[in-house]
Write a protein that binds this ligand. Structure first.
Ligand SMILES: Cc1cc2nc3c(=O)[nH]c(=O)nc-3n(C[C@H](O)[C@H](O)[C@H](O)COP(=O)(O)O)c2cc1C
Length: 257
């Protein structure tokens, strides 16, 4: 089986039909997810499935009211998880040493790799997916709402459902700006500009096609795509504030001093 058509045809879906996903299909997606590699085969992640409409509405609020959450029948929240493993060690007279940054990163990687397996499995079954990066901005609320125990932490979320749109795959940066042979090949300013030249146009036009963002682009006076990122979409202020909440959450979960 050649995976390339599936992988190369990927596009995020943000509009869904309300049709349910049956139990067997969801089981297959979750099973394929857990077949992913994980550090030491410890599987230091958990997946919380949300299907209930009321609970999806609550998650919709936490995820900045992204409407696809109300449309799609399944939300999967992938969590870094040392809770299970730590207790197993304690019960086995083995002293766990997993309350630290390295362990968090190991579990975070496990959770993301598992999520991507679920994404590919869902797409292979003809469903659509979209990641929700807002997970990292809502870790406090998600921890409470999903009743996550200590030593667990929300890593990412997948929306899964039947697509109600058929967008073209989005362009990527040129391969030669991503792949370095043997050692990192330096970027002078000309090469940086060339790398982002096509993205500059594609991204700018894409954001102009969203009425609310287009309004903000006009009123804020941003002049290029990089300014859209730094001044409107992913600002230092927001990033610093979210990072502080993350640090607090990681401390509470037991991964930071
Ligand atoms: C970690 C992560 C978080 C994301 N968060 C969101 C999100 O909150 N909302 C959204 O609409 N898309 C989200 N996306 C989807 C990206 O915007 C999308 O992957 C990117 O624009 C490339 O488009 P494509 O997936 O269609 O190729 C996220 C993707 C990733 C990998």
């Amino acid at each position: 089986m050649d995976p390339r058509p599936l992988l190369n045809g990927h596009r995020s879906i943000r509009s869904y039909r309300p049709d349910p996903i049956d139990d067997a299909t969801l089981h297959d997606i979750l099973h394929a997810a857990t077949r992913a590699s994980s550090s030491g085969n410890m599987q230091t992640y958990s997946i919380v499935v949300t299907r209930d409409a009321e609970r999806r509405r609550a998650l919709w609020r936490m995820h900045f009211e992204q409407d696809m959450i109300l449309q799609a029948p399944v939300l999967l929240t992938f969590c870094a998880d040392w809770h299970r493993m730590t207790r197993w060690c304690e019960l086995s007279d083995a002293e766990p040493g997993y309350d630290n940054l390295l362990s968090f990163l190991v579990a975070f990687a496990d959770a993301l790799i598992t999520a991507q397996n679920a994404a590919i499995a869902a797409e292979g079954l003809g469903l659509g997916i979209c990641y929700l990066g807002t997970t990292l901005q809502a870790t406090r609320e998600l921890t409470e709402f999903l009743e996550l125990p200590p030593r667990t932490f929300p890593a990412t979320t997948l929306v899964i459902g039947h697509p109600d749109e058929d967008p073209e795959p989005r362009a990527r940066l040129p391969m030669e700006s991503i792949v370095h042979r043997e050692r990192y090949e330096p970027f002078d300013d000309e090469r940086i500009r060339a790398t982002y030249a096509a993205r500059e146009l594609e991204g700018w036009n894409r954001y102009l096609s969203f009425p609310e963002l287009a309004d903000r682009m006009r009123t804020s006076g941003v002049r290029n795509l990089a300014q859209v990122y730094t001044r409107l979409k992913y600002t230092r202020e927001d990033n610093d504030e979210a990072s502080e909440i993350l640090r607090e959450g990681l401390r509470r979960a037991g991964f930071l001093d």
